[in-house]
Structures are given as C-alpha cells and as structure tokens.
Design a binder for this molecule. Structure first.
Ligand code: F6P
Length: 350
C-alpha cells in the first residue's frame, strides 16, 4: 500500500494577485484538518527553495487571510531555479539550481509541492516534476492565460478594478468631449481588456491577439463624433500592437525569469490619435492597481475550491505525473482545475 502523504510544501510564484491568500488558507486548512498533514511554506516563490527559506504553517498563520490581498508567503517573478542568476548581473551566466530545490524538499520530507502560479511558475513546477518531485499546480493570474484552465482566480478581481476605472473615466470623457484610453494588463492575452471593456461599455477594445490599425481607430472615433457621441473610450491591453508593429516594451532584464516589462502603448496611441485626428486624448495606465487589494467574492470561492482540491490531490497521491503531461501535450503540470470541475461550477472545464 502507498504511504500516506504527511507533509506538503507550498509556494506562490510569479506576479501576485487577489486570491493567493485564499488558496494558501484552503490548501493549509484542508491539508491540516481533513488529511492530518503538516504544511511548510517556501518564502518568495522558488527563491525560497533555492535559498532554503521556509517556515512551518499552522492554523493561526492561515487564519483571517481569506479576504486579504497579496500573499503571506511572498512571491517573485524573477527567479527561475533552472536559470538562476545569483547576483542579478546582466553579464552573469545563469546556474541550474533545480537539484538544490529537490534536495531541500527531500531533506524536509515533503511528499508533494503545491505550486501556486501562472505559466512561468507552473512550467518550473513541471520541470521539478520531471526530476521526480511530486507536484500539484494551482493556476493563478489576472491575465487568465494559463493553458488547460478556463478561469484563473485573480481575473475576476482585476476585471472589477478595471471596470470601475472605465466607469469613472466615462464621466470625465463625456464632460470634456475627449478620447480616453485605458491601458490594462495582459501581455499576450486580451481577456482583461475584453471583459472590462465590454462590462464598462468601451467603444474600441484593442487586444494583443488582434493587431490594430490606427486609421480604423481614428475612423471609429470620428464616426462617433459625427453621430453626436463627442467622446470615446478605448480599452487597450498593454501587449496590443499595431499591424506590422511591435509591442511597447518599457524595459528588458535578462536576469529575470520575466525578462520583458511592457507598458506605455496607451501613451503612444494617445499621441498618434491627437496627431492623426486632432481630437483631445488622454491615457491612463492602471498598472498594479489591478493586482492589489481584496479578492472579489467570486475569486474567494474559486481560490478556496482550487486550494481544497490541491490538498485533496496531494492526500490522494494524485500529483503531477510527467507521463500524463506528455500524454496531454501540456507544457505545464496538471492543475486541480481539471478535477475541481467534476463536481461543480460552469466556470471550469472538464
Ligand atoms: O502576469 C501577470 C502580470 O500582471 C502581467 O499582466 C504584467 O505584464 C506583469 O505581470 C507585470 O509584472 P511586474 O509586476 O513584474 O511589473
């Protein structure tokens, strides 16, 4: 008979988002109270595994955090143990520290690692799973772009923030007869712009998936003016680009696991619209406001379901098996979304 899992490790990686603490709480409480397991939290994502920074989590540590934004474990979107830059120097050669992570997990007697993160974090988790560390991934991101997952927690909260911002910009756009451009996050996926744009009644939505034409944007704005609508709201993803053009990159950093920082496409478009159409235009970049603060009730529920499902999977020994991932062609490890979907919610496929 397989040995009963006794100790679970957990980390949050990548950009933070509302709902991380709700997942941590659900994983820990389910592991401790339903499955009689011990829980260890690694600090600041994979950096904590590389540096040996961890702490035991007990009930008081995870109590009262359901509604709190951010992550009590800390996170990092800079550190990839498979390409680790010790000193964060641009001319440095990265080292593979994955064996060190595996060795630490073994030394701590961890039966499985619950990795809570987006595509980067889950890809690393997949790499560790291939090296023999049992892993369960929990899909997180405001961008809603984790493969094999219909809906990530954090997305609904970000849509709420962006929609409220669009609502507020609407009234000032009307008063001043201006074009207002709202830049939301989303590098390669336009879910946030699409949902907040529709919910906020945006007039033009520009997504990374569909390169835009400046002439078409100006035509729609001018057409609205002709119809007596003397303002327009444009919602644009940070990763949107013109036909034949590139994304607007603010900065690159080769020592970071997340090497490209985007931002500023709304300001570029603002100048272009003013020049081409002669219409007064303003740009607002929502930035990290979309990632901060308390999760919406929907995200609290989704995160709780994900967390409880992850702990149940660990207890059942149903951790990521590399052969299964190969079977499905998935480049990230198995996420509990697949299993959580079987007993409820329209939101999750499978
Ligand atoms: O992946 C989540 C995300 O919020 C992206 O939408 C955004 O481009 C990026 O993280 C920003 O990262 P940082 O916090 O490093 O600026």
């Amino acid at each position: 008979m397989a040995k009963r899992p006794k100790r679970l490790g957990m980390l949050t990686g990548g950009g933070d988002c509302p709902g991380l603490n709700a997942v941590i709480r659900a994983v820990a409480k389910t592991a401790m109270h339903r499955h009689d397991m011990e829980v260890i939290g690694f600090e600041d994502g994979y950096l904590g595994m590389v540096r040996g920074r961890w702490r035991p989590l007990h009930n008081p540590d995870v109590s009262g955090i359901l509604t709190v934004g951010g992550t009590i474990l800390g996170t990092s979107n800079r550190d990839d143990p498979f390409r680790f830059f010790e000193r964060k120097r641009a001319n440095e050669t990265p080292k593979d520290m994955s064996d060190r992570c595996i060795a630490l997990a073994r030394r701590l007697g961890i039966d499985a690692l619950v990795a809570i993160g987006g595509d980067g974090t889950l890809s690393v988790a997949n790499g560790l799973a291939k090296k023999g560390l049992p892993v369960v991934g929990v899909p997180k991101t405001i961008d809603n772009d984790v493969m094999e997952t219909d809906l990530t927690f954090g997305f609904d909260s970000a849509v709420q923030v962006a929609t409220e911002a669009i609502d507020r910009l609407h009234t000032t756009a009307m008063s001043h007869h201006r074009v207002m451009i709202v830049e939301v996050m989303g590098r390669y996926a336009g879910w946030l712009a699409l949902h907040s744009g529709i919910a906020g009644g945006g007039d033009i939505l520009l997504l990374p998936e569909i390169p835009y034409r400046l002439e078409e944007v100006c035509r729609v704005v001018a057409e609205r003016n002709r119809r007596g609508k003397r303002f327009s709201i444009i919602v644009i993803s940070e990763g949107a680009k013109p036909v034949g053009g590139e994304m607007t990159v603010e900065r690159t950093d080769r020592t970071s696991a997340d090497p490209v920082r985007l931002g500023g496409v709304s300001q570029v478009l603002q100048r272009q619209i003013e020049e081409a159409a002669g219409i007064e235009t303003r740009a607002t970049i929502l930035g990290h406001l979309q990632r901060g603060g308390s999760p919406t009730p929907f995200d609290r529920v989704l995160a709780t379901r994900f967390g409880a499902a992850a702990a149940d999977l660990v207890a059942a020994g149903r951790t990521a098996a590399w052969s299964r991932c190969e079977e499905t062609g998935s480049s990230t490890c198995r996420s509990p979304a697949r299993f959580a979907g079987s007993n409820s919610s329209h939101a999750i496929r499978r």
